[in-house]
Design a protein around this ligand. Sequence first.
Ligand code: PRX
Length: 629
Amino acid sequence: MSENFDVKLDSKSYLPDPSVKEGSWMQDYETAYNEFLKDPEKHWENVAEELEWFQKWDKVREWDHPYAKWFTDAKLNITHNCLDRHVLNGKRNKVALIWVGDDGEEQILTYRQLYREVMRFANGLKSLGVEKGDRVCIYMPLVPEQIIAMLACARIGAVHSVVFGGFGANALHSRIKDAQAKIVITADATLRRGKRIDLKTLVDEAVVNSSSVEKIVVLRRMTPQLELFSEIEVDFYEIMEDVEKECEPEVMDSEDPLFILYTSGTTGPAKGIVHTCGGYMVGTYYTTKNMFDLKDNDVMWCTADPGWITGHSYIVYGPLSMGATIMISETTPDYPDPGVWWSMVEEFDVTILYTAPTAIRMFMRMGEEWPEKYNLSSLRILGSVGEPLNPEAFEWYFRVIGKEKCPILDTWWQTETGMHMLTTAVGEPMKPGFAGRPVPGIIADVVDENGESVPAGTGGFLVIKEPWPSMMRTVYNNDERYCQYWNTIGNYYAAGDLAVKDEDGYIMILGRSDDVLIVAGHNIGSAEVESALVSHEAVAEAAVIGKPDPLKGDSIKAFIILRMGFEASAKLKTDLVYHVRMNLGPIAMPSEIEFVESLPKTRSGKIMRRLLKAQELGQDPGDVSTLED
Ligand code: PRX
C-alpha cells in the first residue's frame, strides 16, 4: 500500500449495564492505561508479582531490537500456577473443567483430578523418554485429554506443538517435520455431528518419512477398540498406569520455550510461532483477569479448539492460571439443533462466552427463536475473536444474547501476540465495528509505510510499538522470518493488518495487508492452498484469493492453469477440492474453482493476487505498473 486512504467512520456507541463495573478488576480504563505509561516495566512487574515463581527475575525486560527477554533469569513452571497453586490454596475441589461431547456426554474434573491426571500423564511421557526441550506434537479432538496432554508437556518442560484436529495429513506432516517432534499424541477419532472422523489414519499418513517420531500415543475412545502396532504405538491411559502419582514440575527459565504453534503466512509453509514460559504466563493471566474481568465464580466457555492460539491462551493457560472453571465442548453450533449452545449456557450457568463472528453470524441466520428458548441470564461478559465483528453481528450479539446488558469484547490479537492487544474494557463505551483501544500494557498505533502515525480517519498499518511479555520470541527454525515482523515498518511490530483509528483512539480492523485469508476466523495462507493444488497431477499453476463471504469472512476462490493433456471438467473441480481437503483439511477447501489460460504476474514472476481479486470483485485494480503483460 503506497498511499493512505480515508475511511468513513460511524462512531455510534453502546454501553452495557453500569452494574458490570461493580467490583471489576480494572476500575477505569484510562487510569489503568496512564498508570502503565508512567512506568511500563513496573506495570508488568506488578502483574508478575501476583503469580508464583521458584526464583524471581533480575530484570523485568531486556530489549535488544527485535529480540526481547522478559523476567530474565526467573524460574517457574506454568503448571505450578495453573494447578499446584490452586490445589494448595483451597481450590482442590473446585471444578476446573467441564466437558460436553458431541453426543451430549459430560465429564467434569476438579482441580485435584486435573492435577493428578496431568502429573500421571507427565510421568507417562517421561517413561517414553520425553525430556525437557523435546518437541511433542498433539493432534487430538476437543476432549479433556487434549488439555491434559498440553499441561503434562509443560509440566516436564517438553515443548508442545498442538495441531488442530481439523488439519489434513500433509499439514500435520509438515508441522511434525519442522518441529522434529519426538512423540505424536493423538486419538482414534473425533466426533462431528454424530459422525466419526478418523484421526489416527491421518497420523499414520503424516508420520511417513518423519524419522524424528519415536512413539505415537493414542487415546482410544471408540468401540471396538482400535488395535495398536505395539512397536511404536502406545495407549494414552496405559502409559499412566505403572508410573508414580506425583511429578515435580520441571524448573523452567522464564525464556525457555513453552510451545510452538503454527500459523499461516503469506509465502511458504506455516510458521512455527515460539512462545516462552514466563512472559506468556504473565500476559495470558493478566488479560484473562483484566479484560474478561474473570472472578472466582465465573464459568468461562471459550468455544475455540485448544489447537488454536485462542484455545491455548483463553481455554488453557489464562483461565487455569486464574483458577477458573472452564467449559469446553466438542459440539458444533447446530447439532443436534441450533439451540445446543444456548442450552449449555443455561445448563452450566456460563458467565463468560468467547466465540467467533462466524458463529455469531450463523446464529443470526438460524433465528432468534433458538436462543430465546433458553435462560441466558447467567451470561455476564461476551467476547469475539478471529475476524472483524461487523456492526450487524455486534448488535445481534448485544441484543439477543447479551440482552443489552453484557459488554461485548471484540478482541484483536494474533498467534504471534499470545494475548489480547486491542479490545474495549468492560464497562467502557463500545463501538460496533471497532475492536477498541490498546490493552493497558500495549502501545498500538496506525501508521504509514514509514512508521509515521496517520491521522484519525486515515487507513494505515496496524503496529505495536513496544515489546510486551507474551510476544513470540522467534519463528522456529527461521529467525530471519521473525525479524521481518519488526523490520518492515519503522522498527515496529507489523501485525499485517490494515486499520483505522477514530478521534477517541478506537481502532477498527479493515483486513489483512497481505495474502493471508481469514476463513471462518482461521488463518489460511494463499501459498499453502496453492501449493496443495499444484501438488495435484493436473495442475500447472494455481492462484488463490479470498472473496468476501457473508458467513465465513473470506471464502476461497482458486484460479487454475491445467497441465497439457488435462481437460477442465466439473469432475476435475471436485477432485481438486477433495485433494486440498485431504492435504490441508476442510477449512482450506476452495468454494470456487475457475480454469484459466494465464495468471497476472509481476515482471519478477510473482502472481498478482491483488489484481485477480480486483477483477473478481469488479474493483479498481490500483497500481499495475509492475504487471508483466
Ligand atoms: O487479521 C487479524 C485477524 O486474525 C489474525 C490473526 O490470526 P491468528 O493468528 O490465527 O489468531 C486469531 C485469534 C487470535 C489477525 O492478524 N483477527 C483476529 N482477531 C480479530 C481479527 N480481525 C479483526 N478483529 C478481530 N477481533
